[in-house]
Design a protein around this ligand. Structure first.
Ligand code: SF4
Length: 362
């Protein structure tokens, strides 16, 4: 049962003038400490091929693009992971296009490498990461079936999938009209299956892709309902759409700064009685990131000292020193976390192999 109704969330999303400040200060009442977390990671795109074609995508490449990553080799990945180790990274973020093996060229590469499908390949990459490096895998590669999630759980400390929005209407807009994998029912099913399988999980919403405020409220409530049922959601990302030259939606308007503020406040107040973190990506909000900490956000997400944010290639992450300065200047303390949150580090959620890796890390 949610502590806020849809109407109450909508009141926050439509707040004006001093009401915005009133709600902002309300988020401070529920803070349990002054810590703001981040995860030091390396972002490795395993493939840039994707079955979807989102209007805001800056990541996917066509299979016939000579510069496209069709499938990284194990040696390439291991070299990147070893480099990340030198920088003290603890999370190996594997983000890549959905169902890339629908494309013949990817399937041929998989066969050449000795795999039958993407899931077998991802499993092997994650297992190698656990066996040969000190990093913890976190896979974020679109929808997976229940069986594939079950398999990948064995070699991932945590996983993730953005809900983005729970409205079917967006399937008719430029954002998702060519992306069957963005069907909200499919994504809700994947996120729920991860809950059934007890996979520590990250999800979130994307703001500014044509959704109404009502649809934002419904999306937040959908995530809250799933969390209430399974308890596996460790953080909710509130991400703003950022136009990039060359994407289909390059002329689409960005969400307003105030809309981001109102949404972060709404998310923070909706999850106030839980230990779910609210994350705002600092690299998409360079000049304004600090204000979100005053709206209840308590996590900067993954930040990499070695790799770019491949899905937002024009938005470099701040250095960790810079992030610390921003955090302290706002009145908080920056602290590193793992990709899996503390409360999930036990035998109920993770197998022995992962627990042992984590205990070696600490
Ligand atoms: S945004 Fe993600 S799902 Fe959409 S086309 Fe790009 S890589 Fe695929």
């Amino acid at each position: 049962m949610s502590n806020l109704t849809k109407e109450e969330i909508l009141t926050i999303l439509n707040a004006k003038d001093s009401d915005i400040l009133k709600y902002m200060s309300k988020t401070a009442e529920y803070r349990e400490n002054n810590l703001i977390t981040y995860s030091k990671n390396i972002f490795i795109p395993l493939t840039e091929i994707c079955r979807n074609d989102c209007g805001y995508c800056n990541f996917k490449k066509n299979p016939d693009d000579p510069n496209a990553i069709i499938l990284k080799t194990k040696d390439e990945i291991l070299a990147e992971l070893k480099e990340a180790e030198k920088y003290g990274c603890k999370e190996a973020l594997f983000t890549f296009g959905e169902d890339a093996d629908d494309e013949e060229i990817v399937q041929m590469k998989l066969n050449e490498f000795g795999y039958n499908n993407m899931c077998d390949y991802i499993y092997d990459i994650c297992e190698m990461t656990l066996n040969e490096t000190s990093l913890l895998p976190h896979t974020n590669g679109g929808n997976f079936t229940f069986e594939n999630l079950k398999k990948l759980k064995e070699v991932n400390a945590s996983m993730g999938l953005m809900l983005e929005n729970s409205s079917n209407r967006l399937m008719e807009l430029p954002a998702h009209k060519k992306s069957p994998g963005k069907n909200p029912q499919l994504r809700i099913e994947t996120i729920s299956n991860a809950g059934k399988l007890k996979i520590p999980y990250t999800t979130g919403i994307l703001i500014g892709i044509g959704e109404t405020k009502e649809e934002i409220a419904e999306s937040l409530l959908t995530i809250k309902d799933i969390y209430d049922e399974y308890g596996h959601i460790q953080e909710v990302i509130i991400q703003n759409f950022t136009p990039i030259p060359g994407i289909e939606m390059e002329n689409w308007p960005e969400p307003s700064f105030l809309d981001m503020i109102r949404t972060v406040i709404a998310g923070s107040l909706l999850f106030k009685d839980t230990d779910v973190s609210i994350q705002v990506p600092p690299n998409l909000n360079n000049d304004t990131a600090q204000i979100f900490l005053l709206c209840g956000a308590d996590d900067w997400g993954g930040v990499s000292p070695v790799s770019p944010d491949y899905v937002n290639i024009t938005s470099p992450w701040p250095g960790i020193d810079e992030l610390e300065k921003l955090t302290i200047d706002t009145g908080f303390e920056l602290t590193e976390r793992l990709c899996v949150y503390e409360k999930y580090i036990n035998a109920e959620w993770l197998n022995e192999l992962l627990l042992e890796k984590i205990s070696n890390l600490s």
